[in-house]
Design a protein around this ligand. Structure first.
Ligand code: HEC
Ligand code: HEC
Length: 343
């Protein structure tokens, strides 16, 4: 039995426990060694990219969410399009077809799509948003780590500054322009959460919007976000293909993060603050720490106007508590927006 036929068979099998069945079914085709014969000759990554339609990716992100949740949904949206538009080696991936996905959704079944583990911030743990995780994997798979890093950091930053669900995905859901029905077809409040973390964005959104985290509205929200993330990933990939990444989405962290990163970035100078790393929006968590730092340097222009101003003043030596001599050596060093920095 061909794997495809098996999946189709599954979709009509009434009440079949899909999660346990495919394992046996897929194993039927697998050779004794366990690996697919084709996969044995799979080329090294990256597998390449051809221009895709962002709207198509958005629709597939939505469909993918309802059949495999956020992470697998975003991964499938991009890689299934690449399989259709580019073909080999994406033909080696164990991905359901568009039609199988639509049928699965209609039967309210989930399918075992790669990257399923990323759901709910990795198996519900609440860390990185699954849509970002799945999209990031597809991006690096397609273009490799060097260009992938530039695209992925931009995707993450875009996510931090965007209010979700986006008006476009709300509109698609309300007007039934997605390939399948979701869980709720009314507009949902677009809320800016300034974080890439599942726990933060879900908790913030639910408490402000007034929906429980186990509600269909919250789930629908994540479906629309998966759609928006798949779309944005393709917009960035297309831009990268044309060498227009910086034009389409200039990489710019928040002012706060840029100023924190004057000292707190991946580096070797421990005493200067190089005991932290990351481009993640510092101000989304370190509110009290920011106040404390500012208190240590009580300047009239302190926090609230422009932290950069305070940092500038700190650098000329008025700062207490941080150590002006340490700070001074950092003057002129590129902090926040130096995307070549390791993080
Ligand atoms: C001019 C360099 C510099 C900048 C800019 C800076 N820090 Fe620090 N920070 C330090 C140093 C050095 C320490 C450790 C020594 C100390 O506690 O004074 C520190 C300590 C901390 C700590 C540990 C707790 C504490 O208060 O001791 C946190 C958290 C922190 N910084 C967060 C931030 C955040 C968030 C920003 C951006 C708003 C920021 N820092 C900006 C140099 C800096
Ligand atoms: C999602 C929340 C979150 C974000 C975003 C975040 N941090 Fe933190 N950070 C923490 C937590 C939690 C700790 C551990 C604090 C503790 O246990 O005292 C920490 C620790 C630190 C420390 C060491 C604190 C210490 O006690 O010495 C520094 C410095 C720091 N963060 C700086 C930053 C900077 C700079 C950014 C932005 C690039 C940032 N953080 C973004 C939550 C966050």
């Amino acid at each position: 039995m061909k794997r495809r036929d098996f999946v189709k068979g599954l979709l009509v099998a009434s009440g079949a426990g899909l999660m346990s069945l495919p394992k046996a079914g897929f194993a039927e085709e697998a050779p004794a060694a366990g690996a697919s014969p084709n996969m044995e000759n799979a080329p090294f990554l990256p597998w390449g990219y051809v221009e895709l339609d962002p709207e198509e990716a958005m629709k597939r992100g939505y469909l993918g969410y309802f059949v495999g949740e956020c992470s697998a949904g975003a991964f499938w949206a991009i890689t299934s399009l690449l399989r259709e538009k580019k073909g080999y080696p994406y033909t080696l991936l164990p991905l359901p077809t568009f039609e199988e996905m639509v049928a699965a959704r209609k039967a309210h079944h989930h399918l075992p799509i790669p990257m399923k583990y990323g759901n709910g911030g990795i198996e519900g743990y609440g860390t990185i948003c699954g849509a970002l995780n799945g999209a990031a994997c597809a991006i690096e798979w397609a273009v490799g780590p060097k260009l992938g890093k530039k695209i992925i950091r931009r995707l993450f930053r875009w996510y931090e500054v965007t209010a979700f669900p986006t008006p476009l995905t709300n509109e698609y859901a309300v007007n039934h322009k997605f390939p399948v029905k979701g869980k709720w077809d009314k507009p949902l409040p677009s809320i800016h959460c300034n974080s890439v973390l599942c726990h933060v964005v879900v908790s913030k959104w639910c408490s402000i919007a007034g929906f429980a985290s186990g509600s269909k509205q919250r789930s629908e929200r994540c479906g629309r976000i998966t759609a928006a993330v798949a779309r944005q990933a393709v917009i960035l990939l297309n831009a990268a293909l044309k060498g227009e990444l910086e034009k389409v989405f200039p990489f710019k962290v928040s002012n706060e993060t840029a100023s924190c990163r004057t000292c707190h970035l991946k580096g070797k100078k421990f005493e200067q603050g190089n005991f932290a790393r990351g481009f993640i929006a510092c101000e989304s968590c370190h509110v009290e720490d920011i106040k404390a730092h500012v208190k240590a340097a009580p300047l009239p222009t302190a926090f609230g106007t422009n932290l950069g101003t305070w940092m500038g003043a700190a650098a000329i030596g008025t700062v207490a508590g941080i150590g002006a001599h340490l700070v001074a050596t950092n003057i002129g060093r590129k902090g926040g927006n130096d995307e070549e920095n390791k993080g």
